[in-house]
Design a protein around this ligand. Structure first.
Ligand code: IZC
Ligand code: ZN
Length: 414
């Protein structure tokens, strides 16, 4: 390490510095309880936050490297807590079918949708998948995303599911972003098992043991949806995953109010994701649990569906996170900033709630709360400099990239 790298770095003169100090899980009204430090500073040592404050308390670090961020707003690095990062091909051919009135589930039933991406992902080499995902991560980074949850689920056979998870493992080892792996072999029933669901669950069970043994995923997720996997199938499969020590996520109530959100609370899942169709009763159950509601506004926008009832959820007392759902079918966009802007402009969340939803709560939904999502001493120095004089400006000036600089573990990566 060169002497310069050994030195402390001080970022000072920050117009507004959002450190999001406090509890790692923000439920209900605590989501908007966010105050910035004015004229703030961050002191970084060996990739970690050493100190944050306002004014000139940083002057005691005389030998540090100093950087002025005058006029800027600084926030923790954004965490995208729901993505389908690794896949091959694209599905623009389905866009016209959707515009002509075919639904997402009808396209899936006809062998398209997820199953068309599965065919391409099975054929793709490790290198092809790796290169595509690398490009995606770089694009995410340009939008300020410093940590990413990545689901498998385009293999639906042991070999390809492992291939996807190994791609994530390689990307994770390389950095700069922190990646979190989720096994989602229960994303759809592959065609070859259409009259033998039990045999497919036997395969998934075998995959769980293999993935545990090789430490290739920390979470397990299932698409609990009409025409995909039922609540009772989800309960049984996730129950086994939990016994094996995996943390749980559920794709719940995306298209129909099947009861996935209630199941998530019953199983003490870390998160229930989508929740467009959940009943008010189930949302209230969610509010009385610590299961995080991960909402995906880009998907609602892209599928032309109503947005999730974020305002009601937060008013009931839920912890809400926001994510991109980046995938080739229902959210082909890496722009998490746009998801935040939709949350404010369309879902009646406050700017402070939307910020909490991609930092503190997103870290918790990804199992990263010990080191990410807040800029408190001892945590990783992952932060983003916004080309915005204040937080409201970030939501008002929508659809463009408002991230100017990105730091991961203290290192400037954009
Ligand atoms: O490839 O369509 N909803 N899974 C559940 C997806 C969307 C991804 C896809
Ligand atoms: Zn998804």
């Amino acid at each position: 390490m060169s002497p310069a790298e050994n030195k402390l770095s001080v970022y000072h003169n920050i117009n507004l510095l959002y450190i999001l100090e406090g509890s790692p899980l923000r439920k209900g009204s605590t989501m908007t309880d966010v105050k910035p430090l004015q004229n703030g500073y961050i002191v970084v040592e060996a990739g970690k936050i050493k100190e944050v404050g306002s004014g000139n308390g940083y002057l005691k670090y005389q030998d540090a490297n100093f950087y002025s961020l005058a006029g800027k707003t600084v926030v923790p690095g954004f965490i995208d807590s729901h993505t389908h990062l690794v896949f091959a091909g694209s599905r623009e051919n389905e866009m016209r079918r959707k515009l002509q009135g075919e639904s997402y589930l009808e396209i899936l039933k006809s062998g398209g949708g997820i199953l068309s991406t599965v065919r391409k992902t099975r054929e793709a080499s490790f290198d092809t998948l790796y290169k595509e995902a690398r490009t995606t991560l770089e694009r995410m980074l340009s939008f300020g995303v410093t940590s990413v949850e990545a689901k498998s689920g385009y293999g639906l056979d042991l070999e390809t599911e492992l291939k996807q998870l190994e791609v994530v493992a390689k990307l994770k080892a390389e950095g700069p972003q922190t990646l979190v792996s989720t096994f989602m072999g229960a994303h759809a029933l592959p065609g070859e098992y259409h009259d033998n669901r039990q045999a497919y669950f036997a395969l998934l069970e075998k995959a769980l043991y293999e993935i545990k043994k090789r430490n290739l995923a920390s979470f397990v997720d299932i698409f609990c949806e009409e025409g995909v996997f039922s609540v009772s199938e989800s309960r049984e499969f996730l129950g086994l995953a939990k016994e094996l020590g995996f943390k749980l996520k559920i794709h719940a109530d995306e298209m129909s109010a099947l009861g996935g959100a209630a199941l998530a609370t019953e199983l003490k899942a870390v998160s229930a994701e989508h929740l467009l169709a959940s009943s008010d009763e189930d949302l209230q159950k969610l509010a009385s649990s610590d299961t995080i509601a991960v909402l995906l506004p880009l998907t609602s926008f892209y599928l032309n569906k109503p947005f999730a009832k974020a305002r009601a959820m937060i008013d009931y007392g839920c912890a809400v996170a926001l994510a991109s759902d980046y995938n080739p079918g229902s959210s082909p966009s890496e722009n998490l900033q746009l998801a935040m802007q939709f949350a404010v402009l369309k879902m009646k969340m406050t700017p402070e709630e939307a910020l909490t939803a991609v930092t503190v709560n997103a870290a918790k939904a990804s199992g990263l709360e010990a080191t990410k999502g807040r800029l408190m001493p001892g945590m990783d120095a992952d932060f983003v400099v916004l080309a915005a004089p204040n937080l409201d400006y970030f939501f008002y000036r929508f659809g463009i990239n408002l991230v100017e600089e990105v730091y991961i573990k203290g290192k400037k990566v954009k």
